[in-house]
Design a protein around this ligand. Sequence first.
Ligand SMILES: [Zn+2]
Length: 287
Amino acid sequence: MAGRFAPSPSGDLHLGNLRTAILAWLFARADGRPFLLRVEDLDRQRSRAEFEASQLADLAALGLTWDGPVVRQSERDPLYAAALERLTAAGLTFECFCTRREIAEAVSAPHGPPGSYPGTCRDLTESEREARRAERSPAIRLRARERTWTIRDELHGEIEGHVDDLVLRRGDGAHAYNLAVVVDDADQDVDQVVRGDDLLDAAPAQAYLTHELGAPAPAYAHVPLALNADGRRLAKRDGDVTLRDLSPEHAWDLIGTSLGVAARSPEALLAELDPREISREPWIVTF
Ligand SMILES: [Zn+2]
């Protein structure tokens, strides 16, 4: 068993990300779990080695420690390919030739939320697929056998959500985030997923994919996001929100205050706060 924090190295971590990291650490340590760090750098355009370095340095500056080596998704392609092969062998994938635009313009799946995959390519014949392959290289999608799935979240309780025919591999051959995150968590024995609640909607389909890969579902804890005074997701332009502008002590002050605790270090926090008791409300960061 293990918990984890899995940032994307596309920028500096801001206060909201740092708070999520601290809470992920706290959830893991409170139950005696190892705490793993995984760099989600599948997006080669946006990922930068210098951001990875600054993110890890920032976490260390806050006093967070992690177990084992840092894992990078960009180095794990064979693992994702193997998982995709297993799903394909089980008849659980199909080739999708749709453009983004075609999906946006199609009528959504009958039971799906807006934007969900309409099923266009699910039942193409082999000769139809053959013809389409000449035009474009297909994405690979999950042939979902369930349309809803229920997860257990430590903060939100039972959440039932839609299961889409998720893209597992994009048309350009890159493995999709939804596949990588599920394969990594299963491979690393992560049984506790703590992350921002902007990902709560994605969790049921990811848990379903976990199930189809034969792994046990992790426990989830989707923690509140940090918002600016306008109620929008905190961003770098909102001011001094990264450790480029704030000392670690100042960041701990802001984060500790937001959690209603006197603790200003990971160890003190572990002694003082049960992470399951934190507020479910967003953290409005004001300066
Ligand atoms: Zn399609």
